[in-house]
Design a protein around this ligand. Structure first.
Ligand SMILES: [Zn+2]
Length: 537
């Protein structure tokens, strides 16, 4: 026994004697005591049995047994206590103002949502944070600043290089975003206007974020036939920008590209071997989700925004060219080789289409469900006002290969749905518990400890959240308690509005946010500020 342990034992005995002597005279030692947990601490180390005591918003003590009075004591019953999950890729500003409790996430054990991915963020950030603080949310909330949003603000959605002066303005906006509390720069080089951005221009902005302690996280230019070059580009931006770089929601789209994750992961490994800090995040589904037009129309057709798109669709020669290109995208890329692999998620101009498959919608228009006719239907949808879609074009082998990689963390790419509205991708309801249920328990693709690491300590370390992501004394008390034998996702592509099962308790900043199958009245979420923040708090 070391000297430190002796003194700890002595202190413990003293404290116990002291608490007996004064019981009833003083407030309890702890606000919350979690007894009898299998602690998976987030580091990847094997679980151990222990009690966790919380005082205020922090973990005050972790020990094999804590016998002290607490305002509230929970018996975890041998279930798992893990750090609250940190979701590094969310679109939670879709819905967080309507559902500030973010039930879909908290019920999975998620305690921190990071927004602003895919190059798209609020801008300026400060007023957004003020609005958010005013609604009192349940989980913690953080942001990246979006390269697409910055470019759009300076030069609009046009396909041209930025001038030196414009690049300077963009640098200023990224700098301001970092000062306002962003954790780094995101890009969506697949989308308009990110797709019009030369690599060198992204590097210039990445340098600004990197010099202020931020990371770069990218929805890559191409996740289908060009995926290898896109990974190379993401690595190059990290290398030349001088900052950590991350391939977000890594996937391989399109049957003819399946298997390429062997090579993308090799590129990541090679980059890391020569000292480039490159990582990955992923959601555990074989379908992606974005707008029908972004997925099934070429980027050149989307320049200039909706009025320009409609003008192109009304020109006969242009339309037939577009229809051919859309048919190709259905066959070879997001469409998964069959119109039935495209599912409509939300059509604001006709909600009866929500959840329907593109082949069936084509039949509904009185057309045979051929690829050509489905392409026509896709363009018709864009003309009508567009829909968001779900695209079943990812292979399970690639998914599992990416999941197993040590540099892969979990991120949902989800949002905060209005319960029962539209037919969103189930990832919003199920990502974290699906990893724990399907991929840990049922398929044994990764261990419980590794899965928890990918959802907590790893993303916390990635963005520099030094006081979260690990269960350890002194850390913020964000804790998820769940039954590893029953945890699972219920949300499906057909019936997405179903909450996770198997989570017993969720603690955010020391307060119980979920227990007994219900959200509590607490709204303990905080805005988390990045490394360069200058605010009066
Ligand atoms: Zn994305």
């Amino acid at each position: 026994m070391h000297a430190g342990e002796i003194s700890r034992v002595a202190r413990g005995a003293l404290a116990a004697a002291f608490s007996v002597a004064i019981l009833g005279a003083q407030p309890p030692a702890y606000d919350l005591l979690i007894r009898n947990a299998r602690i998976v601490d987030g580091t990847g180390s094997p679980w151990y049995r222990g009690d966790i005591a919380v005082r205020g918003d922090a973990i005050a003590r972790i020990a094999p047994r804590i016998d002290a009075a607490a305002s509230r004591t929970i018996d975890a019953g041998g279930h798992v206590a893990a750090p609250g999950f940190i979701d590094i890729h969310t679109h939670a500003r879709r819905g967080i103002f309507e559902v500030p409790t973010a039930d879909n996430y908290v019920r999975q054990g998620v305690t921190t949502l990071i927004e602003g991915p895919d190059g798209s963020s609020p801008l300026p950030i400060k007023p957004f944070f003020e609005r958010l603080a005013a609604v009192h949310i349940t989980p913690n909330f953080a942001l990246f600043v979006g390269q697409g949003t910055v470019r759009d603000a300076v030069i609009g959605s046009v396909n041209r290089k930025a001038t030196a002066d414009e690049i300077d303005k963009m640098r200023g906006l990224v700098r301001q975003g970092m000062l306002d509390g962003a954790f780094g720069l995101s890009s969506g080089l697949f989308y308009v206007p990110g797709t019009f951005t030369p690599t060198a221009e992204v590097i210039e902005l990445a340098k600004v974020a990197g010099s202020m302690g931020g990371i770069y996280i990218s929805h890559m230019r191409d996740e289908a036939s060009g995926v290898l070059n896109s990974v190379r580009e993401t690595i190059e931006i990290g290398e030349k920008g001088g900052l950590p770089t991350q391939v977000t929601h890594h996937k391989i789209i399109g049957k003819s590209n399946w298997g390429k994750s062997v090579d993308t992961l090799r590129l990541i490994d090679e980059a890391r071997a020569r000292g480039v800090d490159a990582t990955i995040d992923q959601y555990p589904y074989t379908a992606s989700s974005t707008s029908i037009q972004a997925a099934l129309m070429p980027a050149w057709a989307l320049e200039g925004g909706r009025p320009e798109v409609l003008k192109k669709l009304q020109t006969a020669s242009m339309r037939s060219e577009l229809q051919k290109e859309t048919a190709r995208l259905i066959m070879e890329e997001r469409g998964g080789g069959d119109p039935q692999n495209v599912q409509l998620a939300r059509c604001d101009w006709d909600h009866s289409l929500d959840g329907k498959r593109l082949g069936d919608v084509t039949k509904g228009r009185g057309l045979a469900p051929t690829v050509e006719n489905a392409a026509d239907t896709a363009l018709w949808i864009v003309e009508k006002g567009g829909c968001s879609g779900i695209f079943h074009a990812i292979n399970e082998d690639d998914l599992q290969r990416i999941l197993k990689h040590p540099a892969t963390m979990i991120g949902s790419d989800g949002e905060v749905p209005i319960f029962g509205t539209a037919n969103p991708h189930p990832r919003s309801y199920g990502t974290f518990v699906r990893v724990l249920g399907r991929y840990v328990r049922d398929l044994k693709v990764i261990t419980l400890e590794d899965a928890v690491r990918k959802m907590s300590a790893f993303p916390a370390q990635r963005v520099g959240l030094a006081d979260r992501g690990v269960l350890r004394e002194g850390m913020r008390a964000d804790i998820a308690i769940f039954n590893p034998d029953t945890i699972r996702d219920l949300a499906t592509f057909e019936r997405p509005h179903q909450y996770a099962e198997g989570v017993d308790y969720v603690v955010v900043n020391g307060q119980l946010a979920f227990e007994g199958g219900k959200m509590t009245a607490a709204r303990p979420g905080r805005i988390l500020y990045g490394p360069a923040v200058v605010v009066s708090r």
